[in-house]
Every structure is written in structure tokens, then in C-alpha cells.
Design a protein around this ligand. Structure first.
Ligand code: ATP
Ligand code: ZN
Length: 284
């Protein structure tokens, strides 16, 4: 049985649960007062915790793996291993100043009072940049401290920046780009590692599927080679003869990132009847 901690209620909760459900894992939800739930069809037990507690629980082996923001992992400084970057819960830890305060570069922060909940990450950032500032640890509502005269600057999590704007602040530097991580205890027992590997296999199959599309098209045989080279797929495209002489059907997968560019090139190379479909799972 592998024990996995996810955030009980907060910004990472829904995406964490959705990730596991998409991997075919069936479990009760953490929105009730329930703090743990055993999956009914996979050797996994879920614990619903405050995100701040997850790195420590993982380090100590109370849970084997956890899903938590990189910002929390780095701030807690526990010894855990990062298994996978999960691509959700994206945000940045930024420095912000009152919008009329002058700012040219980081040296303007020298000797200033900076309020944050991320003392460790901020201290490391300032050290790297040779800045000495006075860090004030605040546990919440950091963005109001400048208007109260408690700080000259803040260092806080931002996703759209609208909270900063509403508080008359402007972002001047990014300290960290963060996303949700799957972390694990440093010494995982072999039987737990096997379960984790099965889980990772499923997560990666889903992620690959999301990043690719299935493509089929018709190609005149005299252009087959050029067109096939544009959609190499996982090994090479499948080529099937059409009933109409001189034509073939090509099937392949194509990465989301290059999708539109390649589509234009395929058309220009003489491809016709191009169909594109989402993929459910992709095992490379
Ligand atoms: P808990 O009650 O579990 O301690 P919390 O209030 O500390 O919750 P949330 O606000 O739910 O935490 O944020 C959880 C994580 O979501 C953050 O640590 C961060 O990794 C991520 N996140 C994504 N976007 C944002 C954002 N705009 N502001 C804050 N966190 C964000
Ligand atoms: Zn928290």
C-alpha cells in the first residue's frame, strides 16, 4: 500500500484529485470531514492534509509520497525527492513594491523591510544577489503590510497579479516560478517503489496523451515521403493504401506544440482530408 498526501482544501485539491481519477484510481473525496481514503481499485491510501505539513510528513515517512507546491517544498527545506513536475498549481513568488516607489534594480531593496511568508526562499534569493534586507515573517495577508507602514516591499505568491494591483503594489522581480510537485520520501521500500512506478506509468500516459493529437490524412503517393517526414510520430507513420489508386492514408501522432505549424506544412506538401483527434492515453 502506498500512502499519498494531497491538500485537503485549497488551490491544489481539485487538480490533485483529478490527476488521480484520470489515472483510473477510485477513492472517496476529501471534501467531507474524512481525512483518509483507501482507493478501491489500486493499492493507494490517500491522506488529506494542509499543504504546509506535507513535506515534513513525506520526509519522516508518515506518508510515502505527496503532491505539494514547489514553493512549499523549498520553503520547508525538508529532505524529500522530487519525482515529477505535475504542471498545475502554477504561480510565482514575486517581489512587489508600492506602485509609486522608485525601483531600478534589486539594489534598491538594500536595507529595506520586506514582508513575506517565504523567509527561507527570499533569504536565499537575496544572498544570491548580494542584497541585505530586513525580512519580516508574516503568515498571511502579506500584501497589506506596505499600506500599514509595516514593510517597504513584499514577497508573495502571484498568479494573475490582480491582488497586487488591488493593493496598490507592482511586481518588480520574480524570485521563484512554482508548480505542483510529486515528492517522495528519500528511502522508499521496494514494494512501495513498484506501486509508485505503476502510478507514474499512468500519470505519464495521460500527460503524453494531453500533449499530442492523433492525425490522419490522405497523401498522393508521389508526395508520400515528404509528407511522412513531417509526421514521424512515435516510430514512423502508418501508411495504408486508399481504394483510389495513387493515394495513401497516413496515421500518426503529433505534438501539440508544433501542431499548427506542421498542419500548414502538410497542406503545402499536398496532404488532403486531414483529420485530427484527441488521444485518450499514450504509452511511449
Ligand atoms: P492550506 O490550508 O492547505 O495550508 P494554503 O492557504 O496554504 O492552504 P492555497 O492558497 O490553497 O494554500 O495554495 C496552495 C498552493 O497553490 C500554493 O502553495 C501554491 O503552490 C499554489 N498556488 C497557485 N496559484 C496560487 C496563487 N495565486 N496564490 C497562492 N498560491 C497559489
Ligand atoms: Zn498552507
Amino acid at each position: 500500500m502506498l500512502r499519498l498526501a494531497i491538500q485537503k482544501s485549497g488551490r491544489l485539491s481539485d487538480d490533485s484529485a483529478a490527476l488521480l481519477r484520470a489515472a483510473g484510481i477510485v477513492f472517496g473525496n476529501g471534501s467531507s470531514r474524512l481525512l483518509r481514503s483507501a482507493a478501491s481499485n489500486f493499492p493507494l491510501e490517500l491522506l488529506f492534509l494542509r499543504d504546509d505539513d506535507i513535506p515534513e510528513y513525506v520526509e519522516e515517512g508518515v506518508v510515502d509520497v505527496g503532491i505539494v507546491g514547489e514553493n512549499v517544498v523549498l520553503e520547508k527545506g525538508k529532505s524529500v525527492q522530487t519525482i515529477e513536475r505535475l504542471g498545475f498549481g502554477r504561480c510565482r513568488l514575486s517581489l512587489a513594491l508600492p506602485k509609486n516607489a522608485p525601483f531600478q534594480d534589486l539594489r534598491d531593496l538594500q536595507g529595506k523591510r520586506i514582508a513575506t511568508s517565504y523567509v527561507r526562499i527570499l533569504q536565499q534569493f537575496l544572498d544570491r544577489n548580494g542584497i541585505q534586507a530586513d525580512i519580516h515573517e508574516i503568515s498571511g495577508a502579506v500584501e497589506i503590510t506596505p499600506s500599514l507602514g509595516l514593510a517597504d516591499a513584499i514577497c508573495d505568491l502571484v498568479s494573475t497579479g490582480s491582488t497586487l494591483l488591488a493593493n496598490g503594489l507592482r511586481e518588480v522581480a520574480t524570485v521563484l516560478e512554482s508548480e505542483a510537485l510529486l515528492i517522495a520520501t528519500p528511502a522508499l521500500a521496494p514494494e512501495k517503489q513498484d506501486i509508485l512506478d505503476r502510478l507514474l506509468f499512468r500519470l505519464r500516459a495521460n500527460r503524453n496523451a494531453k500533449r499530442h493529437r492523433y492525425i490522419l490524412l490522405n497523401a498522393p503517393n508521389d508526395r508520400l515521403e515528404t509528407i511522412a517526414a513531417l509526421i514521424p510520430g512515435m516510430k514512423s507513420p502508418t501508411v495504408l493504401p486508399l481504394a483510389e489508386p495513387g493515394w495513401s492514408s497516413l496515421h500518426s501522432v503529433i505534438s501539440e506544440e508544433v501542431f499548427w505549424d506542421v498542419l500548414e506544412q502538410l497542406k503545402a506538401a499536398g496532404a488532403e482530408g486531414i483529420l485530427v483527434a484527441p488521444l485518450e492515453r499514450m504509452i511511449v
